[in-house]
Design a binder for this molecule. Structure first.
Ligand SMILES: Nc1nc2c(ncn2[C@@H]2O[C@H](COP(=O)(O)O[C@H]3[C@@H](O)[C@H](n4cnc5c(=O)[nH]c(N)nc54)O[C@@H]3COP(=O)(O)O)[C@@H](O)[C@H]2O)c(=O)[nH]1
Length: 810
């Protein structure tokens, strides 16, 4: 098994290393064969040349004899032609035998000797390099010996020609010439035979030598080849064994590696795993071998992980990242994973090394905790707080919402240290930290920035600065109260208070230091104000918020302290006969006196207290209905129901319960709702109204014309009454618009079958105008002002049945 990011050594190189000896053998054999052929061709050429030489010499002899007889120049010419052949060979040989061989002349000589032009280079080669060898030496010596006879023949021929050219030869002369010629021929013939024989012998011997040489070389090279092949086989087997050992070693090494080594295929299926990887994940080897990476890697989305692996397997680089592995028992491990893609047997694999870095992570977290947290309380320190605040500041600026920073300083903390000792002081700080943290939202941050100084970051309180300030104050107050509660440390009940400075952000060009400084300054003012209090950095905001906050707190107590009072304002018909009354709440503040609803109902709506107030008024109204004297027993009482109260879960049940408990007749109860109730979930509102209407309760639309009006919804509501808002009544009949509007409202209401109540009727003129338009009912100071409950009840009680249609005195 070989793993690695790169391919093994180049196959071409390996091939060359293996075959080069065989190539060499072939080249040597080929060379030897070509050389042998060259030698043999040359020898054969000499043999052929010798044949031509002998024939030419014989022919020259015959031509010269013929010439003696015929005296014909043709014969002489033939003689010259024939004698030229051995002369050419001689010329070639002499040229080659020179110290500096004359190759050109040699070539020309051999051509003259009628040797084949393609053989001549081989002949020259053989002569130059082998003339001194025993094989060639003998024929060359014989050939050299024959030179004299060739020359003698030539000389004799020339002499005969010379003689014949000038005179006729005598018989004797002719005979003498013939005798000389025969004599030369007799001398040269044995030499030619010897030359021929010697060449044949040389040729035969060279054939023999070359054959033997080739056989020898072949055998030698075969032996070499065999040796080399054997060596290769041995080497290959050694290498294979080595590879085998290496693979076994690798596998053993892999399995015993201390890191969690494992090999995946491109589909994330495990191919091999080290023991430590199995142990790391808590699986046996058998179990893990059938698993896929998505079964233990829980950091990535499975599909995303598989896609990533597939893509990565075709790359060629190492990759390292952190991930999370899940053990068999479900516990999680922080892992540093190193990947190396490899190719094995044409298959893409990924070599993975998982290192458990849980401890290191914990250590890093510990280091980070030390760097960014207060060691005593474990809270974020100033550095981390600064980071959080800067981020929160940026978010607030981007999304236009508001947050706040609270600067909390414990009052007279030094006394605790002095009296109880520093360890007790430390314990107290820890408990304070716990109390602060437990009272804040998850998104808030509390930090200890110095000895007994804490800061709290309250981000994203509201998109409205005022509401954000109110929320900040509410939280700060909760913290102040929480801290003021006794803290038990080692059986000691410690009492500590805190002064809190509040700064709302963002404001123009603020940064961390400025915000912290503002909160610090505000905290300092709280100290000066007598401690155990909270103060806003901005005076104006402080006054406004404090006032509102105080009111909210006081209103909360108002219900418990029975400070709410019920007032009733009677309603009359056209003739001025009392037909009912509207219940109106008042707050009898212990110090500020009577507070009208306009001053606290909006706040109650904001804080949700309007539900409790509404419940109180409704209960009181129902009790009143059930207690009405006989003279007023046909009266109806109208109760204002805020949209928030109406939509409160359980509102219908509450109404039913109050009716049941009081015994009031629902037919004498009118619920005044506003058009704003229809803004949210109109269908549900209409359904709930219908449920109550089915009980006999009537509905009136208060302040009609001032809000959201959808006639299509109005038509579907179980309505009985419309109340024309006093803002429209104020200026009638002088204001043409209001007059026209009231006219329209009345016409529409009558068309739909609703009774109309005009409210805020203060003058007779207003009354007359409304009456002229057909308005049925009236409410206003012209008839009755709102009266305290008991006073109103007393007046009602004094009504006589037959006087019930008379105007009651105020
Ligand atoms: N959800 C609840 N809202 C309530 C409740 N009690 C009162 N309110 C709402 O508070 C607003 C102010 O009420 P109030 O100060 O009581 O004023 C009422 C009358 O005093 C006043 N009125 C009546 N006649 C005249 C008049 O001739 N001149 C004049 N200037 N004021 C007059 O009108 C108010 C009654 O209005 P309405 O309720 O719209 O019929 C007021 O909006 C109340 O609804 C409560 O218990 N729950």
């Amino acid at each position: 098994m070989i793993y690695g990011p790169n391919k093994p050594k180049s196959t071409n190189r390996l091939l060359i290393q293996t075959v080069w000896p065989f190539l060499l053998i072939i080249i040597v054999l080929l060379g030897a064969t070509l050389f042998s052929l060259k030698i043999m061709t040359a020898v054969r050429a000499y043999v052929a040349g010798e044949s031509l030489y002998s024939k030419a010499q014989k022919q020259a002899h015959i031509s010269l004899i013929n010439y003696l007889h015929s005296k014909s120049n043709e014969d002489y010419e033939e003689f010259l032609t024939q004698i030229n052949i051995p002369l050419g060979d001689m010329k070639a040989r002499i040229a080659l035998q020179q110290a500096e061989p004359d190759l050109k002349t040699a070539y020309e000589g051999f051509v003259q000797g009628r040797n084949h032009s393609t053989d001549i280079p081989n002949m020259i080669f053989l002569f130059r390099y082998f003339s001194e060898t025993p094989l060639m030496k003998e024929p060359i010596e014989i050939w050299t010996d024959a030179d004299q006879y060739v020359i003698q023949t030539l000389v004799l021929g020339k002499e005969i020609h010379h003689k014949l050219s000038s005179k006729r030869l005598s018989i004797n002369e002719e005979t003498e010439f013939i005798w000389k010629l025969d004599s030369i021929n007799a001398d040269i013939t044995p030499l030619e035979e010897a030359f021929s024989f010697s060449l044949a012998k040389t040729s035969h011997q060279i054939d023999l030598i070359i054959s033997n040489l080739l056989v020898g070389i072949t055998l030698f090279l075969m032996a070499l080849g065999l040796i080399f092949s054997h060596r290769l086989t041995v080497q290959r087997s050694v290498a294979l064994k080595q590879l085998q050992r290496e693979a076994e070693k690798n596998l053993a090494f892999l399995r015993s590696a201390s890191d969690g080594i494992h090999i995946l295929d491109a589909q994330g299926n495990i191919q091999e795993a080290s023991d430590s990887f199995c142990e790391m994940l808590g699986y046996s080897r058998d179990q893990i071998m059938g698993m896929n990476v998505t079964q233990w890697d829980v950091f990535f989305d499975p599909q995303e992980l598989l896609g990533m692996l597939k893509e990565y397997s075709y790359q060629n680089e190492r990759l390292q990242f952190e991930t999370v592995h899940q053990r068999k028992d479900g516990s999680l491990l922080d892992i540093e994973l190193s990947l190396v893609p490899v190719e094995q047997d044409e298959k893409r694999l990924i070599f993975c090394s998982s290192r458990d870095i849980s401890e290191r992570k914990q250590h890093d977290q510990q280091v980070e905790r030390l760097a960014y947290h207060d060691q005593l309380t474990g809270l974020p320190n100033r550095l981390l707080f600064e980071d959080f605040l800067n981020k929160s500041l940026a978010t607030s600026k981007r999304y236009h919402d508001f947050g706040a920073v609270l600067f909390i300083d414990l009052d007279k903390f030094k006394n605790i240290n002095d009296v109880y000792g520093h360890s007790m002081g430390d314990e107290l700080l820890k408990k304070v930290a716990q109390r602060l943290s437990s009272r804040l939202r998850k998104t808030d941050t509390v930090s200890r920035i110095a000895g007994d100084e804490f800061v709290a970051l309250l981000p994203s309180l509201s998109t409205d600065q005022n509401k954000a300030a109110i929320a900040a104050m509410s939280i700060a107050e909760e913290l102040r109260v929480a801290l003021a509660e006794p803290i038990n440390i080692d059986q000691h009940n410690c009492q500590i208070t805190a002064s809190i400075g509040v700064s709302v952000f963002p404001k123009d060009s603020e940064n961390f230091n400025e915000i912290l400084q503002e909160a610090d300054i505000a905290m300092y003012r709280a100290k000066q104000n007598g401690r155990n209090t909270l103060i806003f950095f901005e005076h104006e905001m402080h006054d406004r918020i404090t006032e509102r906050f105080t009111l909210e707190q006081e209103l909360r107590n108002a219900l418990q302290n029975d400070e709410l009072e019920l007032y009733l304002q009677s309603q009359v018909d056209k003739e001025g006969t009392m037909i009912g009354a509207e219940c109106l709440v008042r707050w009898m503040h212990p110090t500020k006196g009577l507070i009208p609803p306009d001053d606290f109902i909006p706040l109650a709506e904001e804080t949700g207290q309007v539900v409790k107030i509404g419940e109180w008024v409704l209960s009181k109204a129902c009790q009143t209905l059930s207690q009405l004297p006989f003279a007023a027993s046909a009266f109806s009482l109208s109760v204002n129901i805020s949209a928030q109260h109406f939509q409160q879960a359980g509102f219908i049940d509450f109404v039913k319960q109050v009716l049941a408990e009081s015994g009031a007749d629902p037919r004498h109860l009118i619920l005044e709702i506003t058009e704003s109730l229809l803004i949210q979930q109109p269908q549900k509102v209409i359904a709930d109204m219908q449920t109550l209407a089915d009980l006999g309760i009537r509905f009136s639309i208060d302040d009609f014309g001032t809000g959201y009006s959808s006639l299509s919804y109005l038509k579907r509501m179980p309505l009985n009454e419309l109340k024309i808002d006093k803002s429209f009544v104020n200026d009638i009949p002088d204001d043409a618009n209001d007059s026209a509007l009231i006219q329209t409202i009345l016409a529409m209401a009558h068309h739909l079958g609703y009774t109309v109540v005009a409210e805020g009727v203060e003058t007779q003129t207003q009354h007359n105008f409304l009456a002229s338009l057909g308005c049925e009912l009236y409410q206003g100071y012209l008839f009755h002002k709102p009266q305290p409950y008991q006073e109103w009840l007393n007046n009602i009680a004094s009504l006589k049945p037959n006087k019930a249609n008379q105007k009651s005195p105020d």
